[in-house]
Design a protein around this ligand. Structure first.
Ligand code: CAA
Length: 388
């Protein structure tokens, strides 16, 4: 029985900052961002947008199609959780009108946890083929102002319906894993921005890729040349380009540098426009590939490298299914990006510093989002979400 991704949809914020604006303010050459890290824009959440509203907006078209009774389990992956106890998925469950017999849980391991959720969802469906699992990954990447990480902020959410005989991608059970206790990027509970040892984190990413790949090739018959395209975790596009060149070199690949670049180029396009979306980024990369590549991908093997700082990494494979375009939301994604509003530097700063009440004071939040759900208030430490 084949198990995997039946439908996929992503969402991002209503606002974005062009990295040229940031570069001008910092008196940095914009090419450092456009070319050096390969990013153009970063998504900035409106005051009434957060990981819950983005998640609900991402999952909405899936639930509208399958119905609110169809999903048995909702797995919510994030590394920017809004509560130490309650799963963000429980709010989404209510906003989408899902039934009370659906289990909901949140998973955490930096940017890796959406892949853990995907694999667990596949295992649940393999055990009971009639079941459907909704996997949602949603994050807002935040670093301190005036740090090297600032230009790699961003936000986004992706929702994937996992089922048997999936329409988009059959996920292979053969995986290569790598875990190591390192401090390359982390966020203690008392901080709203991540701490990162930037250069070290890029080295650990590449080491984890090598180790996960070695494990993968030890358990899977697939080799480098069996893959047509590769989706990487995308902290910034240049990282994936470096990683893919690294993997090609490790495998003594005979392709030209241009051919190697072509194996990931379409996966980067959405990320370049929204920035790092942590857990969601690798699967928004899959959306980007499927939405942009005109050639028919049916039957092609896609390689996935998922990386979560700290660190846990996984390499796995998926085969594109005939008729996969039925499970995509390409037009919706294009419209979403087209309707975003650009902000200037002062607006960026005021969104960055928007009050996050810590002492229980009440805050009413005006409606600015263009999405279907919003954070309307925070009252006595309780977040109140409503449909728009
Ligand atoms: N024109 C063109 N290119 C330029 C340029 C210019 N004017 N100026 C600089 N560049 C190039 C540099 O040569 C460099 O390229 P190479 O890496 O190929 O040498 C690139 O632009 C970046 O320049 P710097 O190395 O000087 O950049 P930096 O040190 O200021 O910041 C960073 C880079 C450390 C990665 C920083 O963006 C950062 O800390 N990011 C957050 C951490 C991160 O994303 N790590 C990735 C791995 S961890 C992970 O994946 C988990 C996660 O999601 C965070």
């Amino acid at each position: 029985m084949s198990v995997g991704i039946d439908e996929i949809s992503f969402y991002t914020s209503s606002y974005y900052l062009d990295l040229r604006t940031l570069a001008e303010k910092q008196q940095t050459d914009p090419e450092k961002y456009y070319t050096g890290i390969g990013q153009e824009k970063m998504g900035m959440a409106a005051p009434d947008e957060d990981i819950v509203t983005m998640a609900a907006n991402a999952a909405l078209p899936i639930i509208e199609r399958v119905g609110s009774e169809a999903v048995d389990t909702l797995l919510f992956a994030t590394e920017t959780g809004i509560d130490q106890s309650k799963s963000a998925g429980v709010y989404v469950h209510r906003l989408l009108g899902m039934h009370a017999n659906c289990r909901v849980v949140e998973l955490k391991q930096a940017c890796y946890s959406a892949t853990a959720a995907l694999q667990m969802a596949c295992a649940l469906v393999a055990r009971r083929p009639e079941s459907k699992v909704l996997v949602i990954a949603s994050d807002i990447a935040r670093y301190d102002l005036n740090t090297p990480g600032e230009a790699t902020q961003g936000c986004g959410a992706v929702a994937m319906l996992i089922s048997h005989n999936p329409r988009i991608l059959s996920v292979s059970p053969d995986v290569g894993n790598y875990t190591d206790d390192v401090m390359d990027f982390w966020r203690p509970n008392y901080r709203s921005t991540a701490l990162v040892d930037g250069k070290y984190s890029t080295k650990i990413y590449l080491r984890a890729l090598k180790k996960a790949w070695e494990h993968f090739t030890a358990v899977s018959p697939l080799q480098f040349n069996d893959f047509s395209y590769f989706c990487y975790h995308l902290p910034f596009s240049r990282m994936a380009q470096k990683a893919h060149q690294h993997l090609a070199k490790l495998n003594h690949c005979a392709l030209t540098p241009e051919q190697i670049e072509q194996q990931i180029a379409d996966t980067l396009l959405y990320n370049q426009a929204i920035g790092n979306s942590y857990t969601a980024s690798i699967y928004i990369g899959l959306c980007s590939l499927l939405d942009h590549l005109e050639a028919d991908l049916s039957g092609q093997q896609i390689g996935f490298f998922s990386y979560g700082s700290g660190c846990v990494a996984e390499f796995f494979a998926g085969q594109i299914q005939p008729g996969y375009r039925e499970g995509l939301h390409t037009e919706r994604h294009r419209a979403l990006l087209a309707q975003r509003q650009e902000i200037n530097y002062d607006e960026y700063l005021s969104l960055y510093r928007y009050p996050d009440p810590q002492q229980g004071e009440s805050v009413e939040i005006p409606q600015t989002t263009q999405g279907r759900f919003r954070l309307a208030a925070i009252t006595h430490h309780k977040r109140e979400y409503i449909p728009c």
